[in-house]
Design a binder for this molecule. Sequence first.
Ligand code: TYD
Length: 200
Amino acid sequence: MIRYIAVEGIDGAGKSMVVGAIAGYLEERGIEVLTVREPGGTIAGEAIREILLDRADPLAGWTEALLFAAARAQLAALVVAPALGAGKTVVSDRCVYSSLAYQGAGRGLGMEAVRAVNEAGLQGVWPEKVLLLRVAAEKGLARERIADRISREGLELQQRVAAAYDALAAAEPDRFVVVDASRPIPDVVAAAVAAVGAMT
Ligand code: TYD
């Protein structure tokens, strides 16, 4: 039984709707679910989120990558690992693969270097399955309503991120399930729930 599922994709792919629907689907089946979002989910993590997303002052690339990794390490140690230990299923809106795609590829820091700092922080707390909501960057950005510091950067970053997600999914075919997120959101949600149904 899969216990730690993350939902990934570029901005505007429909992740938050999918996370809610998956959690509801699992709860209906009597499974105890904890949903989390990255960055955030702890007091320190929410403060880091504010620095990363809500402010206009520039951040150096590695500052950004290390802050995402720090928020994630805090969430893993204080929230995700205890929940898994208590027998809950964790459904996460984004995970370490966001950092590989956005900071590693999008910002050009290198996916392996970004993976290494995250591995140090996570101590093995790693999603078993990743649902990748796949949509073209243009379409994702058009759907996105509230732009944050990173999605405001525009199309080219999102295109690099989308290509990186495809490469990550191809490199780890057992971990990734790719969902076509170019369809209307209700169809995307239905496909994602069906994918989770097939894996649990
Ligand atoms: P999120 O809250 O998921 O925003 P949205 O719902 O608009 O997708 O994520 C906020 C932004 O943070 C998003 O642009 C992706 C970015 N991000 C990274 O660059 N690296 C990371 O490791 C994470 C978790 C998010």
